[in-house]
Design a protein around this ligand. Structure first.
Ligand SMILES: [Zn+2]
Length: 284
């Protein structure tokens, strides 16, 4: 997801001449020994983990400039080189900064994230990503150790997209979850990338069962299990309500209005109610 671009698009749609906002300065926050959160710059929050002889970066920012700035911040923390990138999913605000990294890194992601990136290269003018396609893909969870740091790359099925990985650091009890957790808005489900609101409920339940206490979102301050529980309850309540209203024969427009959604809700993205409705009324 990309909030600044959304602001610009809304401004353009409204015919106003707002200048593109400058990205906020990058900030690096230590979360727990050797684990850092990077906020600001262009694109989603990222993170990095300092291992014995190398650094692992989680997500790549949205522009080359912000990626380079992140690399400069990492050098202030450790002389260890970045050798591995883990991608939580394929959205541009998480991967379009890849060309700011040196080529030849180990890049791990879900196979569907690689597919989405290949599509972006073809259809969205993102040819600069070609040398940075994930060179190690997975379709199910994997346990590994990088730079002496145990990690679990967890795949719990489609949710925000069909390729979202969670990076769990079991010894630190921290999980980087990308856009599986957003705050202050309904969850965003990219159906065109195989996302699913029913899948999100399953993923949130699996997340609640993890032995972790800090959940790093692409677009919020670190969250706790109580935040996940609140989100799960709200998605389940919306699913139940949409289902009941469909059962009463209401149209999507009637349902959205009954649930307080304006025509502009969601901006350029379908709303959660749109997505739930599509899922519940899809022909098998
Ligand atoms: Zn996203």
């Amino acid at each position: 997801m990309n909030f600044p671009r959304m602001v610009v698009l809304i401004a353009l749609a409204c015919g106003t001449a707002l200048a593109q906002p400058q990205p906020a300065p990058l900030t690096v926050t230590p979360l727990r020994d050797g684990v850092y959160l990077v906020k600001g710059g262009s694109g989603a929050n990222t993170g990095f983990v300092v291992g014995e002889k190398e650094v692992v970066v989680i997500d790549a920012k949205m522009t080359e400039a912000s990626a380079r700035e992140m690399l400069a911040e990492i050098r202030k923390v450790t002389p260890n080189p970045v050798r591995t990138l883990l991608l939580t999913h394929s959205d541009g605000d998480h991967v379009n900064g890849l060309p700011g990294f040196p080529q030849g890194l180990r890049i791990l992601a879900h196979a569907n994230t690689r597919k989405d990136m290949e599509a972006a290269i073809q259809t969205q003018n993102q040819g600069a990503l070609a040398p940075y396609l994930p060179n190690e893909t997975l379709t199910q969870s994997r346990t590994l150790s990088i730079g002496g740091v145990p990690m679990e790359l967890l795949y719990f099925g489609p949710a925000h997209t069909s390729g979202n990985l969670i990076v769990l650091l079991p010894r630190k009890k921290i999980a980087f979850v990308g856009d599986l957790l957003l705050v202050g808005r309904d969850p965003l489900i990219h159906r065109q990338k195989g996302g699913s609101s029913a899948g999100l409920v399953n993923v949130l339940r699996r997340m609640l069962a993890l032995d972790a206490d800090t959940f790093v979102s692409g677009h919020a301050d670190p969250l706790a299990k109580s935040d996940i529980q609140a989100l799960l309850s709200s998605v389940e309540a919306k699913q139940a309500k949409v289902k009941a209203l469909i059962g009463q024969g209401q149209t999507l427009e009637q349902i959205k209005s009954a649930m307080g959604e304006t025509a502009a809700a969601g901006g350029r993205f379908p709303t959660l109610v749109d997505v739930i409705y599509q899922e519940l009324t899809a022909k098998p």
